[in-house]
Design a protein around this ligand. Structure first.
Ligand SMILES: C[S@@+](CC[C@H](N)C(=O)[O-])C[C@H]1O[C@@H](n2cnc3c(N)ncnc32)[C@H](O)[C@@H]1O
Length: 394
């Protein structure tokens, strides 16, 4: 039976000051061994599984965690794997806002998503790894979140919460992502907690048709990149498939009326489509929702480009103005020079070892300021600049 993890205020304070001291020493250039030695004196007063080495690791992670957790980073405790698989705060906040109430998070890791659930209402978390269960307890406490953490196995956990959430552990790599390799296995959790409603974080690489659990499949884009797939069962879902772009929270769903997109040719304006939309099969729904007058000019699974006649602001689209087209790389290089380019980012598939060779060729002798993007449509090279009328964020 999972047992409640308890961290006293005093222990949390001591652990925090140990991490802060370690951060200062790392910044001054001290090596791991020296930092651990110095921190040992502080940490020996606590009775939780958080060693001087753990404080050193947590300190190193705090120094880089701003990108994922903003100002919260300075109050958090992680081990390497807990940090790597932790939910970024923008996503965690969105997920908690959408579910709106407290939940049982039955694979809570270092507790980041759990902490955000706790901001919405009392929540419970279970984690099978003892050290990480303590990190989760430290994090929820440090963030003043209304959550309790248990150390143990999800399948032995009893909860009165109505909603069960799980962001399961997955193998680092797999040829084809499946539900059966997830731990805890969502299908078995449904059996175990048969009367509850569920939200699962599944591998986003899985297309909608491969998710064989009934519910809304919501693909999340974080800064124009496919980041997550959440499945909401029962009344928690509102359609079959959806995509949401963060941080803007713009949504498109399979209920949005479709607009058929035909194939076409390069015009004056190109829109690059967030892969989250194409992967979830919602491109025509997005076109319908936005009233987009567009044609598909390129689609290769990784990148979809449209030629558009009307520019409609959307977080799922990045617009470019077409400045020139060229039939060869040398012609492209000439055009770049003529147009006052300083940089040329290659936006088509090319093997990584050829990328810099080509980029050097294109950027040779460029003295201008403009940052061009080079697409390849069929055999044509297309030189573009970010569209001036839109919030183009790279
Ligand atoms: C992807 S992490 C969760 C990250 C978390 N959502 C966050 O935001 O920090 C998955 C966690 O599930 C835990 N886990 C795997 N099987 C479990 C089980 N049977 N019971 C409880 N936890 C389990 C793993 O140890 C791992 O820490």
């Amino acid at each position: 039976m999972p047992i409640e993890v308890f961290v006293s205020e005093k222990e949390l304070k001591i652990a925090d000051s140990a991490v802060k001291v370690a951060q200062e020493l790392i910044k001054k250039g001290y090596q791991e061994k020296q930092v651990v030695q110095k921190v040992k004196k502080i940490i020996k007063k606590i009775n939780i599984p958080f060693s001087a080495k753990d404080a050193y690791i947590a300190a190193r992670i705090r120094l880089k965690a701003k990108e994922k957790f903003g100002i919260l980073a300075e109050r958090l405790f992680f081990d390497e794997s807990g940090y790597r698989y932790s939910t970024p705060s923008i996503v965690a906040e969105y997920r908690a806002d959408r579910i709106k109430c407290g939940v049982a998070d039955v694979s809570c890791g270092a507790g980041m998503q759990l902490a955000f659930f706790g901001f919405k209402g009392f929540s419970e978390g279970v984690e099978i790894d003892k050290k990480r269960a303590f990190l989760a307890a430290m994090n929820v406490q440090s963030l003043n979140s209304n959550a309790t953490v248990y150390w143990g196995d999800a399948f032995e956990f009893k909860t009165s919460m109505e909603i069960v959430f799980s962001d399961p552990a997955r193998p680092e790599s797999e040829e084809v992502r499946t539900l059966s390799s997830l731990k805890p296995n969502p299908l078995k959790l449904i059996e175990r907690f048969s009367k509850k409603q569920f939200v699962f974080e599944l591998p986003p690489q899985m297309p909608p048709e491969r998710v064989n659990i009934e519910g809304e499949k919501e693909y999340t884009s974080l800064s124009f990149r496919l980041n997550r797939l959440a499945l909401y069962t029962g009344e928690l879902g509102s359609c079959d498939v959806s995509a949401v772009s963060l941080p803007s929270r713009e949504r498109v769903t399979s209920d949005d009326e479709k607009l058929k997109l035909r194939k076409g040719r390069v015009g004056d304006t190109i829109a690059e489509v967030d892969r989250t939309v194409t992967h979830s099969g919602l491109l025509e729904n997005l076109a319908g929702k936005l009233g987009l007058e567009a044609e598909i000019i390129h689609s290769d699974g990784r990148r979809t480009l449209l030629s558009v006649r009307n520019v409609v602001e959307s977080a799922f689209l990045r617009y470019y103005e077409v400045i020139f087209t060229a039939n060869s790389i040398s012609e492209c290089a000439k055009e770049l020079k003529k147009e006052g380019a300083g940089k040329a980012t290659i936006r088509f598939q090319i093997s990584p070892n050829k990328y810099w060779e080509l980029r050097k060729k294109l950027e040779k002798d460029l003295k201008g300021e403009k940052k061009f993007h080079i697409f390849k449509i069929g055999d044509l090279f297309v030189g573009c600049l970010p569209h001036s009328g839109t919030n183009f964020v790279q």
